[in-house]
Design a protein around this ligand. Structure first.
Ligand code: SF4
Ligand code: SF4
Ligand code: SF4
Length: 578
């Protein structure tokens, strides 16, 4: 251990600790812009490009960046000397000299780290005025917009995309005034192998990367008398939306969320959890079919569209192993525009389906041409948790004072199995609850599969079901996914079923969720809340959901029937790796 004194506070830290990390232990705040620590995924943005965290070290002539300087025995650090504070402010003022000063109408207004820092460091005027770089925004994707005019070269996006997700879309190009973080050859994002996971958007401190905002589109639909607007909300929304209104992470706000959506004028408020139960029915049936009839294993879950795009680009030789199930919100859209439309007597053409998702990839997914039925998109608009919060605020709704309300019917019921879809390991646990009972013909002794839980990047478990041994794998984060799939491709490991989520931690950490600034404790709270919600539900297995049983009885026949396939399954295609 090394003793270091920071602002007269002495702490002991292990060798290799940076001044920034030691300061955290000493509870001394050192401002940063580019620093990015991702606790569960081993990667830290170490480029120290912003130079905001400059501090003085006794005995050294120059200021040093706290994020990139390791402590030494008896080091004495001062973080707020006039020299350090002045250097920090000048660095920030130089950054602002090449940054549009349009905070009032910026999509990141009040949530921008650059703006907060300017306030914190007392910047009250643009000190350096001169030429500014001008780039046309990249609006080619359905998921997010790149506005390089607002890029401060922190390179967090590069670290996340290249090291954590291993997709490799970004790198820093050019020098000096022209330096920028860009895609290969400056091509539009739509021409890259981007998966639209949105992890780069989550970590971008400014509005250089922001979601494609669908709130106007949804408001127009709500005010169109010819449209019957149905909204569905994904499992992970209910444990994160409250954070936008000052509640602690993991506060379950399902009832208030439903009440808000009803006040906003949606004609029906439905729960994507129902379709998560439906996914379990289809996926468990597909798994059992492969097990019994010598089909190719492992089966891979397919409810994450970023993961789907990842394997289409990166593992085209494995296209036949993922399940063919659509993701739950797409299944829900297909059922709303057929079964529900018939039940409520509204023509499908009039129905406008809005999905509230934790995810930016779902915006891209909704536009995939494969996901249509009768030439109609299954889902018409996707808004994120953040966009829903924005709509609630704009509508003048006092969210915290709302009285809880229930989801509408039909297809209003859901099981505890469905709600855990929102966290890594939840989809496979939910599927196994049903697959086990179908394989053994007996009720489960123990509903919970604790061996499949947790937030670590790759997990595995061995289970004995009906006298057969099954090896289950779980990967979250695309870098971990690549590691696992390469081992499978090389024949180094065998699994029977694998759950994959593109976002580290799963949808609780989706690109559309409230910012958590890499505080992993927030993700743990969201995950725990989903498991708590599962425990509270009277029904905990998808195949016991009466609304699901009724849907198969009245409409689909049985899981994997021809009708179920037409509505609930899809296909994949090889995509170029440009
Ligand atoms: S796009 Fe955002 S995250 Fe990437 S370098 Fe620019 S400011 Fe940083
Ligand atoms: S959305 Fe995901 S894959 Fe695409 S550039 Fe960002 S981090 Fe990379
Ligand atoms: S893990 Fe969830 S939030 Fe992230 S891309 Fe996949 S479906 Fe979207």
């Amino acid at each position: 251990m090394i003793d270091v004194t920071i602002n007269n506070i002495t702490v002991s830290v292990p060798e290799g600790t940076t001044i920034l990390e030691a300061a955290e232990k000493a509870q001394v705040h050192i401002p940063t812009l580019c620093h990015l620590n991702m606790p569960n995924v081993r990667y830290v943005n170490k480029c120290s490009s912003c130079r905001i965290c400059m501090v003085e070290v006794e005995g050294r002539a120059n200021l040093v960046p706290a994020c990139a300087t390791e402590v030494t025995q008896a080091m004495v650090v001062k973080t707020s000397t006039p020299r350090a504070m002045s250097a920090r402010k000048i660095v920030l003022e130089l950054l602002l000299s090449d940054h549009p000063a349009d905070c009032l109408c910026c999509p990141k207004n009040t949530r921008c780290e650059l703006q907060s820092l300017a306030y914190e460091l007392g910047v009250r005027e643009i000190a350096y005025k001169g030429e500014q770089s001008i780039y046309p925004p990249d609006v080619t994707s359905c998921s997010f917009i790149r506005d390089l005019n607002k890029c401060i070269m922190c390179r967090r996006c590069e670290t996340v995309c290249n090291n954590v997700q291993t997709v490799g879309v970004y790198s820093a190009v050019d020098r000096g005034f022209d330096a920028v973080v860009n895609s290969a050859f400056g091509r539009p994002i739509i021409e890259s192998p981007c998966t639209f996971c949105g992890q780069c958007v989550s970590v971008c401190p400014t509005a250089a990367l922001t979601e494609v905002n669908h709130t106007r589109k949804v408001l127009e639909a709500l005010n169109d008398p010819d449209k019957y607007v149905v909204v569905q909300t994904a499992p992970a929304i209910r444990v994160a939306l409250g954070e936008e209104f000052g509640l602690d992470a993991g506060t379950i706000v399902t009832g208030k969320m439903v009440a808000a959506l009803k006040q906003m004028g949606f004609d029906k408020v439905l729960d994507t959890d129902f379709a998560a139960d439906l996914t379990v029915m289809e996926e468990a049936a597909e798994f059992i079919d492969r097990v019994k009839n010598g089909g190719r294993l492992p089966i891979l879950t397919s409810c994450c569209p970023a993961w789907v795009k990842f394997f289409e680009h990166q593992f085209p030789d494995l296209l036949d192993i993922p399940s063919t199930c659509k993701s739950p919100h797409e299944m829900m859209g297909a059922i709303i525009k057929t079964y529900v439309a018939e039940k409520i007597g509204i023509p499908a053409e009039k129905i406008y389906v809005v999905s509230v998702m934790p995810c930016l990839a779902k915006k891209y997914e909704a536009a995939r041409p494969e996901l249509v039925n009768d030439e109609m998109d299954n889902v018409d608009a996707v808004i994120t948790t953040r966009e829903l919060a924005e709509m609630i605020r704009e509508s003048g709704i006092n969210f915290l004072e709302l009285q809880d309300e229930e989801f509408d019917h039909p297809i209003g019921q859901s099981s505890g199995a469905s709600v855990i879809f929102g966290t890594t390991g939840g989809v496979i646990e939910a599927t196994l609850r049903t697959a086990c009972e179908w394989l053994t013909g007996k009720p489960l002794n123990k509903i919970e599969f604790h061996e499949l839980r947790g937030l670590s990047g790759i997990r595995e478990a061995e289970l004995e079901i009906a006298g057969m041994e099954f090896r289950i794998g779980i990967a979250n984060g695309l870098g971990n996914t690549r590691t696992l799939l390469e081992k499978i491709r090389n024949g180094e490991v065998h699994y029977d079923a694998i759950e994959i989520m593109a976002c580290p931690g799963g949808c609780i950490n989706g690109g559309g969720q409230p910012a958590h600034h890499n505080n992993w404790g927030i993700l743990e709270k969201r995950s725990r809340a989903l498991y708590a919600e599962d425990q509270r539900k009277p029904l905990r297995k998808s195949h016991e959901n009466p609304s699901i049983i009724q849907l198969y009885k009245e409409y689909l026949g049985e899981p994997n029937s021809e009708k179920a396939h037409a509505l609930l399954h899809t296909y994949y295609q090889k995509r170029e790796l440009v």
